[in-house]
Design a protein around this ligand. Structure first.
Ligand code: GDP
Length: 413
């Protein structure tokens, strides 16, 4: 992770989470333990980065987008790219204004890029940033622009003066989006830059530049982990159209640089789950269902997102699902039941009939639960066993059908 420029602090946190998740996991057939660890790491990265790309906020007309970043991060280029994307892909009209009075060359660069790409450029109206912003707000409204993008000063470092000026502009412009432009190559410095900008003027997201030069993009992970804010776009070259919506799930395997291993483990895991399911089904149907089988069932259920996750795989059971939601079904119960079974000996799991008062007490204290919870689990086990016996009799499907109010028999897709 350090090689991919994920910050040291974030890397340490991640390792702690990964260790917790990895300990106690069963090694899947056909996979090396090391490969399985890589899959766990990849899952953790995907979870942090999120699975959806996020949309820009267009509440007002014009919607104001403030752009900030250090000098050389690719801010001016990104502003032109963003404007071009909004005009050509989202069909919005855009006006640009620059407040970077210290670098006349930066203003000129933006003017040239705007002219070249048919984007409205509002000339700075004075030597005062507040004046410039206010005039641009009025003018873009008159021009009926959908979006006004404001460029701010870029500096070598996050010095005091830069941040004070940014705050002034932020308070005046009240932007819907405040995007920090981050260079993928900036390395370990990224986290302190993110913090400085976010504390001065709350950010709404990031634009990552030069992902073409550093395909790993560990900076994305640090920024997202630290703030919880989305990476909106990334730059993949110097041209105006080298600009893409950021898909977080794709970056996880880039950071690891081990996409192949991840898909290998995914496949093995799927096969493993299918095998487990098949043997569980066979066990259930043979009437040899015991606590070990029940434990497998609970673990499988958890993998599929708990009780509500399991329900979502079944069309036609919306009624039951909403009943369960109303009844505030506690997903933690499954965890407790797993703990109880794990506190049983092998003999107890295969023959729960031997569980009398003293054994139940031992199991309860071993799992940190109460004896009545052990009893409830045993009752549930008996009911499941009974239901399985019934399931083998003809007419069971109709019984369920009636239970669901005559609706179609649910099928698992
Ligand atoms: P600013 O100082 O933050 O405004 O930075 P500029 O927008 O002037 O960009 C600095 C340099 O980086 C320019 O030469 C750009 O062409 C280049 N640049 C910006 N974004 C990207 C990108 O996504 N990929 C590559 N390869 N170069 C980029």
């Amino acid at each position: 992770m350090l090689e991919a420029d994920v910050s040291l602090k974030v890397s340490k946190d991640l390792i702690k989470n990964i260790q917790e998740k990895a300990l106690g996991q069963k090694v899947i057939e056909n996979v090396q333990p090391g490969q399985q660890i890589i899959k766990i790491v990849s899952d953790e990265l995907t979870e942090i980065l999120g699975s959806h790309s996020s949309e820009l906020n267009f509440k007002n007309k014009p919607s104001v987008f403030l752009m900030c970043g250090l000098q050389g991060a690719g801010k001016t280029t990104s502003i032109a790219k963003l404007a071009h994307y909004c005009q050509n892909t989202l069909n919005k009209t855009v006006s640009l204004v620059s407040t970077d009075l210290r670098r006349p060359a930066a203003i000129e660069q933006l003017r040239v890029l705007a002219q070249k790409n048919n984007i409205q450029f509002i000339e700075p109206s004075s030597e005062d940033v507040k004046d410039i912003v206010q005039t641009a707000l009025n003018q873009s409204e008159k021009l009926l622009s959908d979006i006004l993008i404001i460029d701010t000063s870029g500096r070598i470092s996050t010095d005091e003066e830069l941040l004070i000026e940014l705050k002034t502009i932020y308070e005046l412009a009240k932007p819907q989006e405040n995007l920090l432009v981050l260079d993928s190559m900036m390395g370990q410095q990224a986290l302190s830059v993110v913090e400085a900008f976010h504390q001065t003027a709350p950010l709404t997201g990031f634009i990552l530049t030069r992902l073409d030069a550093d395909p790993r993009g560990g900076v994305a992970l640090s920024a997202k982990y630290q703030t919880g804010l989305p990476i909106r776009f990334f730059g993949s070259g110097e041209n105006i159209s080298d600009f893409e919506v950021f898909h977080p799930d794709r970056i996880a395997s880039r950071i690891l640089g081990m996409g192949d291993v991840v898909s290998l483990v995914e496949k093995a895991q799927k096969d493993f789950d299918n095998k487990e399911m098949e043997s569980l089904q066979a066990q259930m149907m043979s009437g040899k269902f015991n606590m070990e089988g029940m434990l497998k069932q609970f673990l499988q259920m958890k993998k599929m997102g708990g009780m509500s996750g399991l329900m979502s795989y079944m069309p036609g059971v919306g009624k039951i699902k909403s009943m369960m939601e109303n009844a505030d079904f506690d997903e933690k119960i499954i965890d407790h039941q797993i703990a109880i079974i794990r506190s049983m000996t092998k003999q107890e799991r295969s023959d729960p009939d031997i569980l009398k008062a003293s054994r139940k007490k031992r199991i309860a204290s071993g799992s940190g639960r109460q004896v009545h919870e052990v009893n409830r689990l045993l009752k549930q086990f008996e009911q499941t066993k009974k239901m399985m016996k019934q399931a083998q009799k003809p007419g069971f499907a109709n019984k369920i059908k009636n239970l669901l109010g005559g609706n179609q028999m649910p099928t698992i897709e």
